[in-house]
Write a protein that binds this ligand. Structure first.
Ligand SMILES: Cc1cc2nc3c(=O)[nH]c(=O)nc-3n(C[C@H](O)[C@H](O)[C@H](O)COP(=O)(O)OP(=O)(O)OC[C@H]3O[C@@H](n4cnc5c(N)ncnc54)[C@H](O)[C@@H]3O)c2cc1C
Length: 612
């Protein structure tokens, strides 16, 4: 049976020593006014969150996987044993309201805190954590662009957790390409719309945790243009609320079936049929994609945290197993009285564990850096500071989503490998982590699509401005520490890679402008480019963490070996993981040429692009 302990010591290190969040939060009047910027209070909240997650949520993970969700003949869905009771306790304790706006019943805590709670929830049970996670995304979109009327009616219920939320984009024929969706909206002329169509793969689309479910649905209004420019966003509740906020008439949206899937069994993945269901417009007509992006960006960071959460919990269990499992002798012996030594002595087992640890700790640093940047983006009094923070979040969101879920999956697989054959057996729980981690690379826009977003939209279409700003920060750090006896070698590697990122971007940018084949060149390079980018960001964070830790060691303040662990994990990262950038640079430069094969000869595809 797997176990989980929230990594509070590391969270505190990132918050106070790496990010120096105290002074940053103190400069944001919103948190000052709400008395939520105090780091002692934040620490207490995180400790309480850890207690809740470890005792109430983590025990549900295997039950949820075994039982899954069950739909009855009326389309109602029952969640696994214990899910509903834990959700009630979660709401009673006020957790859904953590970082929500006090105007709607929220507690006004920084994103830094809610991001940390999310990481813990994802370690404990991704499937369970997705129910409040999606509600939070719906809250963000509605809060940002909903009318006052909709906000006053719906937000207090979502913030309290009484009602949950979903995001309804995908249709059977339209996943990545939302411009071709067929769900229709027609104007009733009384401020309401009728929504008709089928949405598939809707997470938390139907369940028994809440008395109402608020669907945010993309649909095309009669007469709107084709493509993404003609899509609007509608709020479609399962039950239409009465004016006093009580639950009223049943709306015409029904769960047609549940998907049987590889992982996250405890989360209902629903086919939803909208049959002239009553809906309300959210934001402006034909601006639905922009509005949905608010929810999608929140969900992308949330998905990155799923990678981190699963990486952390699988690492913790693999480490415990490696200390316990005796196989093969090692010289020198660790347990001379036994006929074998713990597998943790073997360098290859250490490689697997250190890979997970290095990715987890850098991933946590990235997620918390972005959370703090979101706090600055939303609440700093200086507009220039808000924009700078917003640019960083925009640039790094696809990196956080894709790099963290790829590394989370890799860590789950390596941690399973540490268990040998036992990792393949259900009762140890490791194969569930692998199955649960896989979806993070696929939904919320596949990781391939995240890479295109990074390279195409966030870097090239922006003329490299956001990238230059980040690269400037990295270069400055690298130059000012190049003679450092401890991290000089790391920053040297980092500085070279940051420079190379700039030159690779220019090479791809030039190819992108080379006529009709330019788009394929970007497409061919994007996934490797994002991975290169991710290593540059993690390299920066590891070099900074190593520097801070070394200073503590030098000052004699490393009582429990925490800082030595940081310094040594940084050493491993730069020796064994960061050099992946060299191979990636080569594959990025190789471009599209080797992919542009003869379709007929190689794929047996008659109608394809014949290039030979
Ligand atoms: C368990 C689960 C939960 C989900 N939850 C939700 C939810 O709550 N709400 C919701 O709306 N959706 C949800 N989804 C849908 C999910 O977001 C989509 O599956 C995903 O975005 C991919 O769409 P698709 O499956 O149609 O794949 P496709 O779009 O058909 O893509 C197939 C492959 O082609 C690649 N591809 C497509 N276009 C390009 C291109 N231009 N360049 C390079 N490669 C390309 C993709 O990367 C992918 O590898 C969920 C899916 C699953 C499985």
């Amino acid at each position: 049976m797997p176990t989980y302990k929230a990594p509070l010591r590391d969270i505190k290190f990132v918050m106070t020593e790496l990010l120096e969040a105290g002074p940053q939060l103190a400069s944001l009047p919103f948190y000052q006014d709400n008395d939520t910027a105090d780091l002692d209070l934040i620490t207490q909240v995180m400790e309480e969150a850890a207690r809740f997650v470890e005792t109430e949520v983590q025990p549900l993970n295997q039950v949820g996987d075994r039982e899954g969700c069950v739909r009855d003949e009326h389309g109602e869905v029952k969640t696994p044993t214990g899910f509903k009771a834990a959700y009630k306790k979660f709401c009673d304790a006020g957790w859904p309201a953590l970082d929500a706006d006090p105007q709607y019943g929220g507690q006004g805590m920084p994103h830094l805190v809610s991001m940390t709670l999310n990481e813990m929830l994802n370690s404990a049970s991704v499937a369970w954590g997705m129910y409040p996670g999606l509600s939070h995304g719906a809250y963000s979109a509605l809060h940002a662009v909903g009318s006052e009327e909709l906000k006053n009616l719906y937000l207090p219920k979502i913030v309290s957790g009484q009602w949950s939320g979903t995001m309804c984009l995908t249709e059977p024929h339209a996943g990545t390409d939302l411009g071709i969706i067929r769900t229709k909206a027609s104007d009733n002329g009384d401020g309401t719309y009728n929504i008709t169509g089928t949405k598939i793969f809707i997470s938390a689309g139907e369940h028994d945790l809440t008395e109402n479910i608020v669907h945010l649905v993309l649909a095309r209004l009669d007469g709107s243009p084709e493509g993404t420019k003609g899509i609007s966003l509608f709020l479609v509740p399962k039950f239409i609320p009465n004016a006093d906020g009580s639950v009223g008439e049943r709306n015409a949206v029904v769960c047609g079936s549940l998907e049987h899937k590889m992982g996250i069994h405890g989360n209902a993945t629903a086919v939803l049929n909208f049959d002239q269901a009553k809906g309300w417009l959210v934001g402006e007509i034909n601006k639905g994609m922009n509005h949905m992006f608010i929810m999608m960006n929140a969900a992308r960071l949330g998905t990155g945290l799923q990678g981190l959460g699963l990486g952390e919990v699988s690492y913790q269990n693999a480490l415990a197993y490696a200390k316990d499992r005796l196989q093969m002798r090692h010289e020198p012996r660790v347990l001379p009285s036994e006929n074998a030594d713990p597998i943790l002595v073997h360098p290859d087992v250490r490689r697997m564990l250190l890979t997970g640890k290095a990715y987890n700790e850098a991933g946590r640093a990235l997620a918390m850096w972005l959370a703090l940047s979101l706090d600055v983006e939303h609440h700093h009094p200086d507009e220039a500071k808000r924009k700078e923070a917003g640019d960083l979040v925009a640039l790094l969101t696809p990196v956080a989503k894709a790099f963290m879920t790829d590394n989370g999956f890799q860590t789950a697989v390596l941690s399973q490998q540490v268990f040998g054959g036992h990792g393949y057996i259900q009762e140890w729980g490791m194969e569930q982590f692998v199955r649960d981690a896989r979806i993070g690379q696929i939904y919320e826009g596949t990781n391939g699509i995240q890479s295109l977003d990074l390279l195409g939209r966030k870097v090239l279409m922006d003329g490299g401005k956001k990238l230059q700003k980040l690269a400037g920060t990295l270069q400055e750090f690298a130059e000012s520490h190049e003679d450092d006896e401890h991290i000089g070698d790391y920053v040297n590697q980092l500085g070279k890679a940051a420079q190379q990122l700039g030159s690779l971007t220019m090479v791809i940018g030039q190819k992108a402008m080379s006529g009709s084949e330019g788009a394929d060149e970007v497409n061919a390079a994007a996934v490797d480019y994002l991975r290169f980018f991710g290593h540059v960001v993690y390299g920066y964070l590891w070099a900074r963490m190593a520097k801070i830790a070394q200073e503590k060691i030098d000052a004699g303040q490393d009582r429990d070996g925490f800082y030595l662990s940081k310094v040594q994990t940084a050493k491993f990262y730069f020796a064994k993981l960061f050099p992946e950038t060299k191979a990636l640079a080569a594959t990025i430069k190789a471009g599209n040429e080797s992919l542009a094969v003869d379709d007929k000869a190689v794929f047996g595809w008659e109608q394809g692009l014949v290039t030979a």
